[in-house]
Design a protein around this ligand. Structure first.
Ligand code: CMC
Length: 418
């Protein structure tokens, strides 16, 4: 199979077919408009490939997720560090011992933010969502690092995002900022900067560090999702890495994307406060007159159990047991899942729990406040955004992203006399 034929108004056209390394088939319509004058229409881009990419493979029908060919379960099981996975995503291979040492050293050197930047935190109103702060701060890094050193900027944004995020949290609770420690891992540093206090000794609990390592790795990339496509879209105009990632943070913030983890907990709390009648909420989600959706269910790509949700469900049980917390929200979540998975509405539409369904329960058990859940997702996704930005820049096929439209407004008319 090397070409696809299209018949439009009686005329036949041929287009090349591209086959990926996992035999995914794409019809290359680059020449469609030039040849036919027509465009394709695909709202939500469910059928549109925007690029060729060698970073992440998803088979949504079989519930498969691989980074650079490595299955996500195996990466998590291997005990890989988050920054090793970041290196793998960005540079396409596991770091050697030397590469790891130098990458890790750079990450430590660049984890502190410019002292002047701290002033910014003082001027956000107290209720500001930390995703707004993260996005604003990432964009403003361009002012502090105008050298345009793209290789270094990848390290800078990855290293500093966690410090910015922790500072946003400290600011929101009125506590002093805590500097990162060079001897801590990336996940341990996040917890240290969020929970250490000058008046108390704080040791990062190993169980929390491990849970966060796993959470960050599971979120590290997911090919052309809304925020990653945003990063590529913004970057395609020639905008800097900082500007592109700042836009990605904003895209992730939405409740249908990364914001869903916060919404899931709020939904579970609502069900709990309403007497725990989860069946009522399943009925509401099915009711087409209600705009209520079961948050944490469904996915554009997965038409099977999200492999990340499977791992997180097991971990939620483990972590809650280890920290000795019995969270009734976990029970509600499990009941809700069971009812939904056996309901025709969800079966027919292939709606399964997604990554956000159990992650909130884990974050909650770790003491992370609800409005920081999506920030945790953003920190996890940072390597993916960077890897895609880099791949986009290096791809000779990259052009400014500029979709077309089918205009449906009024045809030309007279301006009424003024
Ligand atoms: N609850 C109830 N019905 C749903 C849900 C849900 N969570 N998700 C989809 N549906 C129904 C939808 O109403 C539609 O029904 P019908 O065919 O009768 O009109 C059908 O399933 C297909 O839904 P869609 O909205 O066309 O699917 P989509 O691919 O455009 O949207 C989604 C995918 C993830 C935005 C959607 O499933 C959703 O809103 N889920 C809840 C939010 C959520 O959990 N988001 C996190 C996604 S995973 C992590 C991430 O991306 O950040």
């Amino acid at each position: 199979m090397s070409t696809a034929k299209l018949v439009l108004e009686g005329k036949e056209y041929e287009f090349p077919v591209v086959v990926g390394s996992e035999n995914e088939v794409g019809i290359d319509i680059t020449s469609l408009r030039a040849k036919t004058g027509a465009i394709t229409l695909d709202p939500g881009y469910g059928n549109t490939g925007s690029c060729e990419s060698a970073i992440t493979y998803i088979d949504g029908e079989r519930g498969i997720l691989r980074y650079r060919g490595y299955p996500i379960e195996k990466i998590v099981e291997s005990g890989a560090r988050f920054i090793e996975v970041a290196y793998l995503l960005i540079y396409g291979k596991w770091p050697s011992a030397e590469e790891y040492a130098s990458f890790s050293k750079l990450m430590t050197q660049h984890s502190i933010i410019h002292e002047d930047m701290k002033n910014f935190f003082n001027h956000f109103p107290p209720m500001t969502h930390p995703m707004a702060i993260l996005s604003a701060m990432v964009a403003s890094l361009s002012g502090f690092y105008p050298d345009g050193d793209e290789e270094l900027n990848m390290i800078r944004v990855l290293a500093k995002a966690k410090t910015i995020s922790a500072y946003a949290y400290k600011k929101s609770i009125g506590e002093p900022f805590v500097y990162p420690k060079p001897d801590l891992s990336y996940p341990a540093n996040i917890l240290h900067m969020m929970f250490a206090h000058p008046m108390e000794d704080y040791q990062v609990p190993p169980v929390m560090e491990e849970a966060l390592r796993m959470l960050l790795i599971l979120h590290a990339d997911h090919e052309q999702n809304c925020s990653t496509s945003t990063v590529r879209m913004v970057g395609s105009s020639g905008a800097s890495l900082f500007a592109s990632i700042s836009a990605g943070v904003c895209a992730l913030w939405g409740p249908l994307h990364g914001g869903a983890n916060q919404e899931v907990i709020q939904m579970l709390e609502r069900i709990r406060d309403d007497g725990g009648d989860y069946k009522k909420y399943v009925a509401m989600a099915k009711d087409k007159d209600s705009d209520f959706r079961l948050m944490g269910f469904g996915h554009r790509v997965y038409k099977n159990y999200d492999p990340r949700a499977r791992i997180l469900k097991e971990q939620a049980d483990k972590v809650l047991e280890l920290v000795g917390v019995k969270d009734p929200l976990l029970d509600i979540a499990k009941h809700l899942e069971e009812v939904a998975l056996n309901d025709d509405y969800f079966i027919e539409r292939k709606l399964y729990p997604n990554v956000d369904f159990y992650s909130g329960i884990l974050y909650k058990a770790m003491g992370i406040p609800t409005n920081m859940f999506t920030v945790m997702f953003a920190l996890g996704r940072m390597p993916g955004w960077i890897a895609h930005w880099k791949e986009m820049k290096e791809d000779p096929a990259t052009r400014i992203n500029r979709p077309r439209q089918i205009y449906t407004g009024p045809t030309e008319r007279e301006v009424p006399p003024r």
